[in-house]
Design a protein around this ligand. Structure first.
Ligand code: CA
Length: 228
């Protein structure tokens, strides 16, 4: 299926050959030559995949990736020229879906592009708001996935609902009664009380590791999201 691909690369000879080959494979290709125009192009064109060079004028690839990740889950394939750059990509756990090291063969790049497009569900970037990120904690409302520093965390449906509630409350306090009502519903047959809420939340905190501390207890009241 034809996809829209954004190439962010300031070396024209390189972007030209990549564009040519991806178009030959039937994709639509948009090229940006610096970091700022890359962000503008990503917002305007909503590409299915971004090929992102690291050394770029105005805003480097890492910064571009961070900004893109606040807005969408579009697959990002990094182009790295040096090992030091690769270390930065790998060190920056969230965001990069794959990378190729320069010099690369166009066939290899095309193969990675196809693999990434297949992996991303339907290829379309989700609308802003479906993915929430606070620190290293990432909650994907659409796919019902939770990640910490890019690593998936298995949570129960209730834990997911609670996290969603917490993120939507955006730092406001959620009382235990409110959590009970919204996450467990009014089903009295379950005979759960607010202590059960505390136990569930303690378990969720452990699952989230270092990011668990974001779920702050408000004495005699409930819980809130610690954003800083
Ligand atoms: Ca470059």
């Amino acid at each position: 299926m034809a996809s829209k691909i954004l190439i962010v690369e300031d070396e024209r000879s390189l972007s030209r050959i990549v564009k040519y080959n991806l178009e030959k494979d039937g994709h639509r290709v948009v090229v940006a030559e610096d970091g700022l125009s890359a962000l503008a192009a990503a917002r305007k064109e909503r590409p299915d995949l971004v090929i992102l060079d690291i050394m770029l004028p105005k805003l480097d690839g890492i910064q571009v990736c961070k900004s893109l990740r606040q807005e969408s889950q579009v697959p990002i394939l990094f182009l790295t020229a040096r090992k030091s750059e690769l270390d930065r990509v790998l060190g920056f756990k969230m965001g990069a879906d794959d990378y190729v090291t320069k010099p690369f063969s166009v066939a290899e790049l095309a193969a990675r592009v196809e693999a990434l497009l297949r992996r991303s569900a339907g290829g379309a970037a989700p609308a802003p708001g479906q993915l929430r990120r606070v620190g290293a904690l990432e909650v994907d409302f659409e796919r019902h996935e939770v990640r910490v520093a890019g690593k998936p965390v298995r949570v129960t449906a209730r834990e997911f609902s609670f996290l969603k509630l917490l993120l939507e409350a955006d730092g406001r306090v959620l009382t235990r009664d409110r959590i009970l009502e919204l996450v467990w519903g009014y089903d009295q047959s379950m005979e759960i009380d607010t202590r059960t809420v505390d136990q569930h939340i303690a378990r969720l905190r452990r699952k989230l590791g270092a990011e668990g501390a974001r779920i702050a207890t408000v004495i005699n009241s409930g819980y809130k999201l610690q954003k800083e």
